[in-house]
Write a protein of this length. Structure first.
Length: 76
């Protein structure tokens, strides 16, 4: 599994991230990935999406192994 990062953000920023992700119909993690990759050239963007998808799938497998179907479903 890849590296996880925890950061502290002002509550207003977190709320905005949640709101924008909800409007887009995706998780906050997916929204941030989209945001960060959007300005890359197509090849680098594709590689970023592939890496992110692999990581999310691995996280989903771990959640399923722990019996947390809801969290696993949010990853795929």
């Amino acid at each position: 599994m890849g590296t996880a990062l925890s950061i502290k953000l002002p509550r207003s920023i977190v709320k905005r991230l949640e709101r924008e992700a909800h409007k887009a119909g995706i998780s906050v993690e997916e929204y941030l990935i989209e945001f960060l990759l959007r300005d890359l050239d197509p090849r680098d963007r594709a590689e970023g999406y592939i890496d992110a998808a692999k990581e999310l799938l691995e996280q989903a497998k771990e959640e399923l192994a722990r019996g947390d179907v809801r969290q696993a479903a949010e990853k795929v």
